[in-house]
Ligand binder design. Structure first.
Ligand code: PEP
Length: 252
């Protein structure tokens, strides 16, 4: 199974900045990367990025993803983006349950599970984020929290969970410059792997990626861990040189 390096641009970008970033990425990527690469970009730029990826031969293998998806079918849900719309815009992935959405938009485990279901039903791969806050880690509750978050997705999606990607993103490491040590991350990834194994006979097809201040300097050690199948990269995905280095560090 190839590792997955997914960039999460968060609410950053402009038409000009996106074009400059992708031009720099195209120049930095020597050829087909050994790993799978995806870019999860703000919804208004999906069409632009889709076209730019197709127009650069060295970027044409990069997949597109949304940063969130509505749990609802199309209809009267002003401001939301349906899974069918993301798919129609060329998305293969949709991030669900990012901690910024859980924290600032009150997303519950049940809603995140429904969003994963909507993405799967539209033929996309949900990147399901789980992770504990600093207070939860300090209280020794890391395992309980991430297992509860993943259990909701397993419960709602049954055998389809073999089609998901799980992103372990400790909340205290996101955008802070503080990274979980490779050993700390591996411990949680192994827990999640065991939980997936107990839930589906096809757990081997589920990638568990790490996110939280992953950068060109720490990626190699994190990606060398046996249960770390890639990375979800925020800040460093906005710097072409750093993102290219991380891609190069991800073995098959
Ligand atoms: C993220 O947004 O998912 C993330 C991991 O951000 P950063 O890499 O900036 O910590």
């Amino acid at each position: 199974m190839k590792k997955l390096i997914a960039g999460n641009w968060k609410m950053n970008g402009s038409r000009a900045a996106n074009e400059a970033l992708l031009t720099a990425l195209a120049a930095g990527l020597p050829g087909e990367p050994a790993c799978e690469v995806a870019l999860c970009v703000p919804a208004p730029y999906l069409a632009q990025v889709h076209a730019l990826l197709a127009s650069h031969p060295s970027l044409s293998g990069i997949a597109l993803g949304g940063q969130d998806v509505s749990a609802h079918a199309p209809g009267a849900f002003t401001g939301e983006t349906s899974a069918a719309m993301l798919k129609d815009c060329g998305c293969q992935f949709a991030i669900v349950g990012h901690s910024e959405r859980r924290q600032h938009h009150g997303e519950t485990d049940a809603l995140v599970a429904d969003k994963a279901k909507a993405a799967l039903a539209a033929g996309m791969t949900p990147i399901v984020c789980v992770g504990e806050t600093l207070a939860e880690r300090q209280a020794g509750r890391t395992a309980e929290v991430v297992k509860r978050q993943l259990a909701a997705v397993i419960h709602a999606n049954g055998h389809c969970i073999s089609e998901i990607v799980v992103a372990y993103e400790p909340v205290w490491a996101i955008g802070t410059g503080q990274t979980a040590s490779p050993e700390e991350a591996q411990t949680v990834h192994a827990l999640l792997r065991a939980q997936l194994k107990a839930a589906t006979a096809r757990s081997d097809s589920v990638r568990i990626v790490y996110g939280g201040s992953m950068n060109a300097a720490n990626a190699a050690a994190l990606l060398a861990q046996p249960d770390i199948d890639g990375g979800l990269i925020g800040g460093a995905s906005l710097k072409a040189a750093d993102f290219v280095k991380i891609i190069a560090l991800a073995p098959v």
